[in-house]
Design a protein around this ligand. Structure first.
Ligand SMILES: *Cc1c(COP(=O)(O)O)cnc(C)c1O
Length: 227
């Protein structure tokens, strides 16, 4: 199957999930996760209609980007503070901010632009993954919302891998509930919920996802990279 055909299939599945959920398809952005795939794959997906692309290795993004044409980039991986300067002001949205220090560094490096970010929340509380716990999210959200140069747009999560898409539902619902609470708490809208990947994006859409991060279903299986 070509990338164009897979893209069309994913898009149709997103639209069908939106319709089942009583949502407009325009409410959901498909972030095509192109990590480990070459620039030619990005161009192929863009030609088929994809507008938003996600990377989670800094070096790969920096190297690939010039050959990809005019597309919107999302940084979806964990970001080390010493690499913030390669991403700040360079991407439409940074999905996985989990410390105030990182947000401050991004603001410093964004050089006068307003950098939109999401806080990554580890809803299931796994110790090995990035992201804050739901308990510590409110304090971090308040602190980040007060950093000039940063715009806190919402939350992202990545539930533990599971064969059954429905296994992700509790995490997605918890993230949506947390978003509502934080938005009340901050007195500002938090419009973005980044959740759902190839295996569970339809469930995420029924739970309110505004950004689904879909790699394998669009680009095929990945090799591994050592970054
Ligand atoms: C790789 C990755 C994805 C995409 O995963 P697929 O299962 O290939 O769709 C989504 N989000 C993050 C944070 C990732 O690292």
């Amino acid at each position: 199957m070509t990338i164009a055909a897979r893209w069309a299939e994913v898009k149709a599945r997103v639209e069908a999930a939106c319709e089942r959920a009583g949502r407009a398809a325009s409410e959901v952005t498909i972030v095509a996760v192109s990590k480990t795939h070459p620039a030619s794959a990005v161009r192929e997906a863009a030609a088929a209609g994809a507008t938003d692309f996600g990377e989670n290795y800094v070096q790969e993004l920096v190297e690939k980007r010039p050959a990809c044409g005019d597309v919107r980039w999302h940084y979806i991986g964990r970001l080390q503070r010493n690499k913030a300067r390669f991403v700040a002001g360079q991407v439409a949205l940074i999905h996985a901010v989990d410390t105030l220090e990182l947000a401050q560094e991004l603001a410093k490096r964004a050089a006068g632009t307003l950098q939109p970010v999401l806080i990554s929340v580890n809803v299931a509380g796994e110790a090995t993954k990035g992201g804050v716990t739901p308990d510590t999210a409110p304090a971090l959200a308040r602190a980040i919302a007060a950093v000039p140069g940063i715009r806190l747009d919402g939350l992202m999560t990545m539930p533990p891998p599971a064969d059954d898409p429905d296994a992700s539902r509790p995490a997605f619902l918890a993230l949506a509930a947390l978003r509502a609470r934080l938005s009340d708490d901050l007195g500002q809208p938090l419009p973005v919920l980044s959740m759902g990947m190839s295996g569970d994006f339809e469930v995420a859409i029924t739970c309110g996802a505004t950004h689904v991060r879909v790699g394998t279903a669009i680009f095929g299986t990945r090799g591994t990279v050592s970054t």
